[in-house]
Design a protein around this ligand. Structure first.
Ligand code: PLP
Length: 387
């Protein structure tokens, strides 16, 4: 059966050029970058080259790039690291209600140890109002963490406006750019951020590796203690093949950005139109224009997202539901509730995200089958219209 993968926001297949450059670092040039012999130095050079590639992709300096195990660690590091380094100044952190759990959970954890966290609301499109950020800042605020683009509904947040406020008030700004890197401009100076997280597996790199960008001079304590790697900021032997893969994937993401974005947005717009035009009682979630070029997130009323997912999977189409969040729970998504979707309607949501390998025919295939699947389910559904 032909497989049509439409879940690129969950993860992406590695680019062949990425797996190719990684190969030799598994068993041939397997050295530890901290070892002083040649094989160690070979690995060290590879890590430093990757660091320069990522720095270049973000418009940063190589010393501002810290390798981590992925987006979750980078977010935890930024939030707990700054909180602990800055607690003498104040105990207040500001974030939004629609952040990924990798930001929300460290904030909840810090709340238990006495930090004060403001979770800002968003509008019906999932946008944070910069004025709300301004009003929430007090002289005790030490960190603001607002995501660059939302992983469920694709809305792009006004980071540049928020960063101007943070600069004026002298408060650090972190952004989770895990979903936006490679699709939006993530130049750290244009965005004006002090900390930024990315994760390689979201842009055709390997899983289990990411970076935290830390602007020079930012006060932060390590999350992981041990060896002296990463200027004592993040201990543990480097994941050399992963880091090399991340460097290559970042380089390709920047080189191919315009071409990829054009491809994604064309397919996304076609997909949205096919669904909204051919299936009654459907609605697009997230901002109509300020959204990730590859994201289509819809509510299909009177059906369960999981039933649609399973029926689509049975014919080779792989998508995500918007209701069961990444933790695998069946609780309604905190993002959808925050944009004012009713708990019943959240259960009928689907997220379809396109990528490099998605074709026009793939979208046509979804357009051919999804309306029929929804019709069948609505006829059988206990929550169906008219039941
Ligand atoms: N932040 C966002 C916005 C994400 O979408 C994800 C993954 O889905 C993460 C953080 C976590 O990244 P990782 O899977 O690399 O830990």
């Amino acid at each position: 059966m032909k497989k049509i993968y439409l879940d690129y926001a969950a993860t992406t297949p590695m680019h062949p050029a990425v797996s190719k450059v990684m190969q030799r670092y598994f068993s041939e040039d397997f050295g530890n970058p901290l070892s002083l012999h040649s094989i160690g130095q070979e690995a060290r050079n590879a890590v430093e080259q990757a660091r320069s590639e990522v720095a270049n992709a973000l418009g940063a300096n190589p010393e501002e790039i810290i390798f981590t195990s992925g987006g979750t660690e980078s977010d935890n590091f930024a939030i707990k690291g700054v909180a602990h380094a800055m607690k003498n100044k104040g105990y207040h952190i500001i974030t939004s209600k629609i952040e990924h759990h990798a930001v929300l959970e460290p904030c909840h954890f810090l709340q238990k140890s006495g930090f004060n966290v403001t979770f800002l609301p968003v509008d019906k499109y999932g946008m944070v109002d910069p004025d709300d950020v301004k009003k929430a800042i007090t002289d005790k605020t030490i960190l603001i963490s607002i995501m660059h683009a939302n992983n469920e509904i694709g809305t792009i947040e006004p980071i540049e406006e928020i960063s101007k406020i943070c600069r004026d008030k002298e408060v650090y700004l972190h952004t989770d750019a895990v979903q936006s890197f490679g699709s939006l401009d993530t130049n750290v100076n244009k965005l004006g951020v002090d900390l930024l997280s990315i994760s390689a597996h979201k842009f055709y790199g390997p899983k289990g590796v990411g970076i935290l960008y830390i602007r020079k001079g930012t006060r932060i304590l390590p999350l992981i203690h041990g060896g002296a790697q990463e200027w004592n900021k993040r201990a543990s032997t480097h994941n050399v093949p992963g880091i090399v893969g991340l460097g290559k994937a970042a380089q390709l993401a920047i080189k191919e950005k315009d071409e990829r974005v054009k491809h994604y947005s064309h397919l996304r717009d076609k997909l949205i139109k096919l669904i909204l035009d051919n299936i009654a009682d459907t609605k697009l979630n997230g901002h109509p224009e300020k959204r990730l070029p590859n994201n289509c997130h819809i509510i299909v009323k009177y059906v369960e997202g999981e039933s649609m997912l399973l029926k689509l999977d049975a014919i080779g189409i792989e998508v995500a539901t918007g209701s069961a969040c990444s933790s695998g729970s069946l609780e309604p998504s905190h993002v959808l509730l925050s944009i004012g979707i009713s708990p019943e309607d959240t259960h009928g949501s689907l997220r379809l995200t396109v990528g490099r390998l998605t074709t026009e025919q793939d979208i046509d295939y979804v357009g051919e089958h999804l309306p029929e699947i929804v019709d069948d389910l609505r006829r059988m559904s206990p929550i169906g219209k008219g039941n």
